[in-house]
Design a binder for this molecule. Structure first.
Ligand code: ATP
Ligand code: MG
Length: 338
């Protein structure tokens, strides 16, 4: 398939499925801020994805505002990026239905996130959880987004987005949807659970001790790092010494991402350091970087009407981009509209 040139445009989102955690910040939000200004950027609070598992309605509304507050506090600027919540722009759900008819059941069956989230009780999972990647493809492609900054766990879903775009283009004989690139870079594309270095840190993980929340206070952050699981060995002298030590590697990568440096530089700063030295240094760094953001988040959260106003204005801008793309999709498919 030859790809015509699409205007560079970034789309990404975070689910309001619980409080923001450090992985969301380092793997997503901090990188969203880094891209802002270099091209058009659209950042969404993906509330329709959150309800693929049960959400208490009151918590969902607050959670949506909390993710928005996180975006704003971390430096996303409504004058530079389009910030909105997904359910306000119905074109996402409309395009998702069309993509449900393009994507194949066999593709969905290969999605590891569904297997992880549905667990052993897949029969009882919602149909929405299963179809989630098709809605995610619609989130991206309704804006013809060319770049999607995400954590490593979302790579498979962005690849599926490309498969859906390619099949749509092929089936209808058009070159309408772009081949979106996942953007997965930096030292913290997969922040691991503090209690189990083989699982990623998640908002919805069961124990609070396994993650650093964006709104944790300094004492809580220090305690969680102190209790973080590690092997008994001190840090190695070179970064190669981390390859078979997932928990140690995770803490070094978190340090590197917070300090805008590399794991190599962190090891060079703390060669052979014991955990009694490194963990408190990491906690101090995390508090120094996160405290200003959490203070600002609290300030935004104290004015929910202002957050709602920003989200509503962002939705108006998003709708204006999505509407002609949805119209053209309907025309291509032969659905009467307008
Ligand atoms: P949930 O447990 O409900 O799935 P989550 O913490 O995984 O929540 P998502 O809303 O699914 O958060 O993901 C939002 C963004 O944050 C995505 O780009 C995802 O890749 C990124 N992300 C989530 N967890 C991590 C992590 N541990 N390390 C790096 N990036 C992450
Ligand atoms: Mg997730």
């Amino acid at each position: 398939m030859t790809q015509t040139s699409f205007t560079p445009r970034v789309f990404s989102g975070i689910k309001p499925s619980g409080g923001l955690q450090l992985g969301n910040y380092l793997g997503a939000i901090k990188r969203f801020v880094g891209i802002q200004g270099s091209m058009e950027t659209i950042y969404c609070v993906v509330d329709l994805h959150a309800i693929t598992v049960w959400q208490d309605p009151k918590d969902l509304a607050n959670g949506t505002r909390e993710v928005a507050a996180g975006y704003l506090a971390a430096g996303l600027d409504p004058a530079k990026s389009i910030l909105f919540n997904q359910s306000r722009v119905s074109a996402h759900a409309e395009l998702a239905w069309i993509f449900n008819c393009v994507a194949r059941v066999g593709w969905m069956n290969r999605m590891t996130q569904f297997k992880d989230k549905a667990g052993s009780n897949a029969e009882k999972a919602s149909l929405g959880l299963y179809a989630y990647p098709s809605l995610m493809a619609a989130d991206i492609l309704i804006y013809h987004a060319t770049h999607v900054p995400v954590g490593e766990d979302q790579k498979q879903h962005v690849e599926l987005t490309r498969d859906i775009a390619a099949k749509f283009n092929h089936d209808y004989g058009v070159d309408f949807f772009p081949m979106t690139e996942p953007v997965i870079d930096g030292p913290a594309t997969r922040v691991m659970n503090l209690r189990d270095g083989t699982r990623k840190m998640s908002k919805s993980g069961e124990s609070d001790m396994e993650r650093i929340n964006m709104l944790d206070d300094a004492d809580t952050i220090a305690r969680k790092f102190r209790k973080a699981k590690t092997d008994p060995e001190p840090l190695p002298e070179t970064v190669e010494g981390l390859t078979t030590r997932p928990e140690a590697r995770n803490l070094v990568e978190i340090y590197a991402a917070l300090d805008d440096t590399t794991p190599e530089a962190v090891i060079a700063q703390y060669p052979g350091a014991g955990w009694g030295t490194f963990k408190p240094a990491l906690a101090d760094l995390a508090v120094a970087k996160l405290a200003p953001i959490s203070t600002d988040m609290a300030r935004f959260m104290a004015d929910p009407a202002e957050i709602d106003r920003i989200l509503a204005q962002g939705a108006d801008k998003a709708r204006a981009i999505a509407a002609p793309i949805l119209q053209k999709t309907h025309d291509i498919v032969g659905l009467l509209r307008g």
